[in-house]
Design a protein around this ligand. Sequence first.
Ligand code: NAD
Length: 363
Amino acid sequence: MLVAVPKEIKNHEYRVGLTPDSVREFVAHKHEVLVESGAGEGIGCSDDAYEACGARIAASTEELYRTADLIIKVKEPQPEERRRLREGQILFAYLHLAPDATQTRELLRSKAVCIAYETVTGPNNQLPLLTPMSQVAGRMSIQAGAYCLERVHGGSGMLLGGVPGVPPARVVVIGGGVVGQNAIAMALGMGAEVVVLDRDLEVLRRLAYHFGPALTTVYSTRTALEQYVLQAELIIGAVLIAGAETPKLVTAETVRRLKPGTVLVDVAIDQGGCFETSRPTTHADPTYIVDGVVHYCVTNMPGAVPRTSTFALNNAILPYALAIADKGYRQAMLDDPHLRQGLNIHQGAVTHRAVAEEHSHPF
Ligand code: NAD
């Protein structure tokens, strides 16, 4: 198969579909790989690095889209990329079609085969191609929170880990899933005092077993939440209710009662956020202050660390992408029902129930 990796053109997107190491795997599987010039610039990988792994650098974007059988990207195709897609061409990328009627319509028109990372499933309701980005965001949340706690950034001026003789900061993590677990690991690693609240007892059991007595686990009720957030210096919002908007677990009234200089990092902001005072921000202007409380609400946190994010994403997508290239998408999906869940659009038809229902399209 001819596998193609375009340079991402979405504003401030520095990740790339394949790393040079992944290219080498495709080449070893006897595929041809075409990479757009400069595609790896944002992760510090030159055209030479791709060529050294067996890729050919495309003469133009036009050649890449005209000749590719399988296009591997990170973000959903932008309007000019959608116009280039051809009938029967396979697109493997994050698509997020449910809230995007225009993209859905244009992908249908292209008659391409569109497989979305975010709907590929795993055992136990996992979403294996979303997990790496949650890991990155969870780890980043503590880094961002520690920075915001500095006095010049509006924080209370506390060092997360304290020093001998001075107590550490108290970190409260709301939601102990993938984001939460990664935030906990970083916060404990930096010497903070950490409490996690979740309403799934199995999650709390797993975390207690994993982190031991260094971590305090608390069943999430309104009373417990209020009690712990009022004592915290840093609060991480890491809640998810699959398929629904995040509940506002911390009200504006509670935010008013937090200590001045408390920092809120609302990782769940991409699903609406779990603090009533949250509103989406960008890496260019990541924070704002409400009632003396610093809010960090960046919707695409992994975008700030494109190198780590791209390598993490590649580790997760590689087996699926190789299966598509080796067997063809039909056989790969017959063999793997989890990959089949990723098929959102197939040659002019919506093939994912949630996307179809959102756009009132026949399924
Ligand atoms: P997850 O499903 O692994 O974990 C969510 C956890 O929230 C679960 O353990 C669940 O039991 C818990 N929960 C649900 N209701 C709760 C309540 N009332 N109180 C306490 N806990 C509750 O999800 P995840 O992968 O960790 O993602 C968490 C959020 O982070 C999602 O909204 C996701 O979209 C978001 N996210 C944002 C970014 C970003 O860049 N901002 C990046 C990755 C993920």
